[in-house]
Write a protein that binds this ligand. Structure first.
Ligand code: AHM
Ligand code: MG
Length: 333
């Protein structure tokens, strides 16, 4: 009998680390903890309609947005798993105003910092559409054992050691990069593990999908409006399709696999756009570039942005390189 070879996420990370004899193995442990939390969040998302976890939590997060119960649960679950694992010394989260220091003896002597959006696309929770978790892993700059500083958590995207997202969709999938390409692992519920399903993902060089909140069109700068006009009015039959669900992980994931551009531009009422550099832009930009795509604010490469505050926002254009080039040519006039 022939048995198909199944590569689990843990096996894959271990194999990658074995190519670097100097690696301590701590990054594998970070993925172990993220994987564990992802499985718990996945369980909660799957039964969200059955138990009382849907709907607003009744508080607002640090950006003044309503916090849903599932956001809170996901935040706690990732924090808990990363704390118990002992290999993460601090977390910054879209749901936390400040640095979350982890002060157990094990954690203070660890070197990794996590930036995360524990449940992105929260407006989709109540309507049963796909949502996701986004994360980045950074190595601290200050000496191990000392209190984690702002400089440790506010690092440029180019400093990411790893990044990824988990999409809770028709299946649950984790898409990751450690700077050696992009790979995706689908959760096989029957064995309870993430298995390599999409090795070495490359985004198509060009695409047909543009994803943008068209309702904001009147408030975009003219270059962005012109690009949207270009996509809408292309004379080539069926040249472009608009696809936008309002859940970054879902919109991004579709474009990564099929080719396309995801856009969340600045608008006259939101001069830096909506998406957060540390929690959404940087991890997705790292994945985009590792898959052969481009990620820009329209003026500069996202991964080169110098962060100045935990919750800062920036305009986002990312996806197939030819589409991003075209968009930039409109912005530059
Ligand atoms: P959230 O982190 O509060 O869920 O907001 C981020 C989400 C993204 O997933 C998505 O791309 C964007 O907000 C959609 O915003 P809009 O509804 O303004 O189009
Ligand atoms: Mg978010």
């Amino acid at each position: 009998m022939r048995i198909n070879q199944v590569i689990s996420l843990s096996q894959f990370i271990a194999d990658q680390q074995s190519k670097h004899p100097e690696a301590s193995g701590d990054l594998s442990k970070i993925f172990r903890d993220i994987k564990f939390a992802a499985k718990i969040v996945n369980r909660d998302v799957r039964k969200a309609g059955l138990v009382d976890v849907l709907g607003a939590h009744g508080t607002v997060n640090v950006q003044g947005e309503e916090v849903k119960k599932l956001d809170m649960l996901a935040n706690e679950e990732f924090k808990s798993s990363l704390t118990l694992g002992g290999d993460c010394c601090a977390i910054i989260s879209e749901e936390e105003e400040d640095i979350h220091h982890i002060e157990t003896t094990l954690n203070v002597n660890s070197k990794y910092i996590i930036a995360m959006d524990p449940l992105d696309g929260s407006s989709n929770i109540d309507v049963n559409a796909s949502i996701g978790t986004i994360f980045s892993v950074y190595r601290r700059i200050s000496p191990i054992g000392e209190p984690v500083t702002m400089e440790d958590v506010l690092q440029k995207g180019t400093n990411q050691v790893a990044a990824g997202y988990i999409i809770y969709g028709s299946s649950t999938m984790m898409v990751i990069t450690t700077g050696q390409g992009v790979n995706a692992f689908t959760l096989d519920a029957s064995i309870g593990d993430f298995c390599l399903s999409h090795p070495d993902i490359k985004i198509p060089k060009d695409g047909k999908i543009y994803s943008i909140n068209d309702g904001n069109y009147d408030r975009f700068e003219s270059g962005v409006q012109q690009y949207v006009d270009y996509c809408r009015n292309s004379t080539v039959k069926e040249a472009y399709s608009a696809r936008y669900i309002g859940s970054m992980v879902s919109d991004f994931h579709r474009n990564l696999l099929k080719g396309g551009i995801f856009m969340y531009p600045a608008s006259s009422d939101a001069p830096n756009g909506k998406l957060r550099l540390m929690f959404e832009s940087n991890p997705m930009a790292f994945i985009t570039e590792q898959a052969g795509g481009k990620a820009t604010t329209g003026a500069e490469r996202i991964l080169d942005l110098e962060p100045t505050e935990i919750h800062q926002r920036n305009p986002v254009f990312m996806g197939s390189p030819d589409m991003v080039d075209k968009l930039e040519s409109f912005i530059k006039g």
